[in-house]
Design a protein around this ligand. Structure first.
Ligand SMILES: [Zn+2]
Length: 232
């Protein structure tokens, strides 16, 4: 009798062990897959994502946004630095006005079409208008505003033009101090050949404090910085 009762018990043990091993292996596979997806997503939405005429915004680019009021919205990762920068700029005598931040594909398309229509109405051919506009704004899919990491900051009550912005207390302060808050002047006057864009004293791009400090220190455009440190 004893032998008969022991035999089935002896068979059950390896089965339980096998089930446990299988469970552990499946859990590990599941975790590894999740980790892989997480790393891929992190990589895809990294702060140093380059968007220019050769690098469009990825279709599935997706980050958390924070609403700032008055219809403005930015990537949540830059909110604290942006608010600190605006507060310190005001304290220093500037009057920054946030006029553009995150833009959807549709909004970028409308802005492009409106600006193009204006140039054509002013007498330019479609081709000439497109060529001129490409230096001043971006086709839908090619704007940093679609990342939520770029902001346009004007001196309160003035127009968006180099002449009106360049020598204001706001822009002078931002150009000098934006890097302390992780922002860079994205289209500087001395990098137009590399960025392919005219000087825009109002357009600031968030890259994080370390990168912004290095970019300033080495006097690089974002294109040059990524090429120098992150080119694969
Ligand atoms: Zn802009």
């Amino acid at each position: 009798m004893e032998i008969r009762t022991r035999q089935p018990r002896a068979k059950k043990k390896p089965l339980i062990l096998l089930a446990v091993i299988l469970l552990v292996v499946l859990s590990l596979v599941f975790l590894a897959t999740r980790l892989h997806v997480w790393v891929q997503e992190k990589e895809k939405t990294k702060l140093l994502t380059l968007v220019d005429r050769e690098h469009p915004v990825e279709d599935d680019y997706n980050v958390k946004f924070t609403l700032l009021g008055e219809g403005q919205m930015v990537d949540s990762r830059c909110v604290d630095d942006l608010e600190a920068m605006l507060a310190d700029c005001r304290r220093a005598g500037g009057q920054p006005e946030l006029t553009a931040s995150f833009r959807t594909w549709g909004a970028q398309e409308r802005a492009w079409e409106e600006a193009l229509d204006e140039l054509i109405k002013a007498g330019l051919s479609r081709e000439a208008a497109e060529r001129q506009l490409e230096r001043q704004m971006e086709l839908p899919g090619f704007s940093e505003h679609q990342l939520g990491l770029a902001v346009d900051l004007l001196h309160q009550g003035t127009e968006q033009s180099v002449e009106q912005q360049d020598d204001t207390a706001t822009i002078r302060w931002l150009r000098e101090h934006c890097w302390r808050y992780g922002f860079i002047l994205r289209y500087p006057a001395d990098k137009t050949e590399i960025t392919g864009k005219d000087y825009r004293p109002w357009h600031y791009r968030y890259v994080g404090r370390d990168a912004a400090a290095q970019i300033r220190e080495l006097n690089l455009s974002l294109e040059e910085y990524i090429e120098m440190f992150y080119a694969s």
